[in-house]
Design a protein around this ligand. Structure first.
Ligand code: 5RP
Length: 242
């Protein structure tokens, strides 16, 4: 069903993101502790959540997955907690850069993959908000973000190249996000390497192999974490997968 309360001046892409966010909020109940994702789709979710809290008296406590989301949520009056104070979350709602039919994701386009994965893993459910352009047969067209410590990051990239070789992905480009002179630094003080893989034949295996490389903090592969995917469409409708 189309959301009649959606502003009429939105671009088709924003309408789709808003539709996904609005539908995902159906999972939210008063009293919940809620993981708040990061990105432009999660932005909509935070805005709509704040509206519902004001309009309907919905009460939740949010655990943000980035300083960006923390700033947005607190500006909108959403009460926040840290993950450690909250302990365990009822639900996390977050975006994705890619998803496949097995509800596996690539995340981290916005650079928040580490906190996003920790928060999602500490939640009863993770609901992903997305749009049809993110659906793929095989993960990997979107460059896979891998968060690495700054110390020795060029060496870490060489070790990652070896792992890629062993997984039939030899010769793929590994790019330091932001480039050598303006390298991106995550909320946790790390760099991000974007792995231009094209296709990832076995995401679970690659995730495990990358995570044991010294210097790797976490990968943007989310396998077995998402419980449902809400796909928003340009006409303002949304569909739930899973
Ligand atoms: C941030 C993320 C985002 O969820 C992902 O990049 C999707 O963002 P958007 O909703 O803007 O397309 O993983 O680290």
């Amino acid at each position: 069903m189309t959301d009649a309360s959606a502003p009429t001046d939105l671009s088709p892409a924003e309408r789709a993101k808003r539709a996904a966010a609005a539908r995902a909020l159906n999972y939210v109940e008063t009293g919940m502790t809620l993981g708040l994702g990061t990105g432009s789709t999660a932005d909509w979710m935070v805005r709509l959540l704040a509206e519902r809290m004001k309009a309907e008296g919905l009460r939740v406590i949010g655990v943000p997955t980035s300083t960006r989301t923390a700033a947005q949520a607190s500006a909108l009056g959403i009460p926040l907690s840290t993950l450690d104070d909250a302990g365990w979350l009822d639900l996390t709602i977050d975006g994705a850069d890619e998803f496949d039919d097995a509800r596996r994701l690539i995340k981290g386009g916005g650079g928040a993959l580490l906190q996003e994965k920790i928060v999602a893993a500490a939640s009863d459910r993770m609901v992903v908000i997305t749009d049809p352009s993110k659906h793929v047969e095989r993960l990997g067209a979107f460059p896979l973000p891998v968060e690495v410590v700054r110390f020795g990051h060029e060496t870490t990239a060489r070790l990652i190249a070896r792992v890629l070789d062993e997984h039939g992905l030899g010769g793929r480009r590994i790019a330091l996000r932001g480039g050598p002179s303006g390298a991106f630094v995550s909320d946790e003080g790390h760099h991000i390497l974007d792995l231009h893989l094209g296709a990832i034949p076995e995401p679970e295996r690659l995730n495990t192999a990358l995570n044991v490389v010294p210097g790797v903090v976490e990968t943007g592969l989310f396998c077995g974490i998402a419980s449902a995917i809400v796909v928003g469409y340009e006409d303002g409708t949304a569909r739930v997968i899973g």
